[in-house]
Design a protein around this ligand. Structure first.
Ligand code: ZN
Length: 408
């Protein structure tokens, strides 16, 4: 790949006395009043983040779109206000939040190619506080691209689950099915936002309720791909599902669509071509979440290709379609009403497991008032969950019957 990587881990963290170590157990806080992201006289940008204590950090840039990513050992972002801190004309936007347990991330969208020229964590030993000072300098697009790349250390690498995990044997109805429930978004990526409600929170709530219902039925094992408000990349979600030995993968969303007309529960499956423009927009929105959170998806196709067996994929696609149809009729039956074209398809990265039948359920669209109301209503969610369990029951039965036929 030949990219250069800009990395710094602060060693100050390691060399502390007992008293300081005690203090370090509290999360570092960002002091907003003395933090800033501002343009400099020499056409660069200076980032000054004032922290209540030194923390290990690293930074790197990503291309297409141009972003600067700063990761910290967990930082408490409470009170961090981008309107106060962001004064630069060269930084279009910023996001911050938990990236994965114990780590926080700050992402700046760069309007022009800027490389890290200098980065330093200055520690004030009397106050115990620290200042992260980063200077970005203008470079050409080619220089920017040459310097950008994904950080790759053991600690940060994507789980290497695709190697060494045996493909799941297709179920024939002789054991409880393992259902991977995938609550969309999380952490730095909130998903849709309407009236103060966040998609990541609503779908996590629903996923927990669904997991409980599946386990209570006694017919399923169920796990979530994320159990807290943390960021999980799309490829990681598949890996986690494979690690749990999932028979079925259900991704749960409640997105907003810009045209605002989308309403009602909709079930999506994977296809190369989007079934309609809105489905295509959703798939792009989801991949964009990973881009916004600073995940480089460019190598993912290779990763997936290496485990992709065409035959398995074809078979999985047929099983996914059947699952989607069952979901549509199961949810339709229990809720009493479902969208006109309730089964659509598009190129959702999260549905690309070659060996696990996968569907994405848009419970409703937060951009629609009555959908949002439904999502917030326990009784409505309970009905949908009954529909999903019914759908899984029916599908599992059919799918096992077909598997037995194939074996003969
Ligand atoms: Zn979503």
């Amino acid at each position: 790949m030949g990219f250069k990587l800009f990395l710094m881990i602060c060693a100050a963290f390691l060399a502390t006395s007992g008293a300081e170590a005690q203090q370090l157990q509290a999360l570092a806080r960002v002091d907003v009043a003395s933090s800033s992201i501002a343009d400099t006289d020499d056409n660069g940008v200076e980032i000054r983040l004032s922290l209540s204590q030194p923390v290990p950090y690293r930074l790197f840039t990503l291309a297409k779109p141009a972003r600067l990513v700063v990761d910290f050992r967990e930082v408490d972002w409470q009170g961090f206000d981008e309107n106060t801190v962001l004064q630069s004309q060269k930084v279009a936007d910023l996001r911050f939040g938990i990236f994965r347990p114990g780590w926080s991330r700050l992402v700046l969208d760069l309007d022009e190619p800027l490389n890290v020229a200098q980065a330093e964590l200055k520690v004030d030993h009397t106050k115990g506080s620290a200042l992260l000072a980063v200077k970005l300098a203008p470079v050409t697009q080619a220089e920017y691209e040459a310097a950008s790349g994904r950080f790759s250390s053991e600690e940060w690498a994507l789980p290497k689950g695709d190697k060494g995990i045996k493909p799941k044997t297709r179920q024939i109805g002789d054991r409880p099915l393992v259902v991977a429930i995938d609550p969309g978004h999380g952490g730095i990526d909130s998903g849709a936002e309407r009236e103060g409600y966040l998609e990541k929170t609503l779908v996590l709530q629903f996923s927990r309720e669904l997991k409980e219902a599946l386990i209570l039925s006694g017919r399923y094992k169920a796990e979530l791909t994320r159990t807290s408000d943390s960021f999980v990349s799309l490829p990681d979600r598949i890996t986690i599902a494979r690690q749990m030995g999932a028979d079925v993968f259900l991704s749960v969303h409640a997105d907003a669509l810009s045209e605002g007309r989308a309403t009602g529960t909709t079930v999506y499956t994977l296809s190369d071509k989007a079934s309609d423009a809105a489905a295509g927009q959703l798939a792009r929105q989801h991949d964009r979440s990973d881009l916004l959170a600073g995940v480089d998806l460019s190598q993912q196709d290779d990763l997936i290709a290496s485990v992709l067996m065409d035959m398995a994929r074809l078979e999985t696609a047929v099983r996914s379609d059947l699952l989607a149809e069952m979901m549509v009729s199961g949810i339709g039956q229990s809720v009493g009403r479902i969208r006109k074209r309730p089964h659509l398809s598009a190129g959702f990265t999260v549905l690309k497991a070659p060996d696990i039948p996968s569907v994405l359920i848009e419970l409703g669209f937060m951009s629609n008032r009555s959908d949002l109301n439904n999502l917030l209503t326990f009784e409505w969610r309970e009905k949908v969950i009954r529909g999903v369990v019914l759908a899984l029951d029916t599908w599992a039965f059919e799918d096992a019957a077909q598997a037995r036929l194939l074996r003969q």
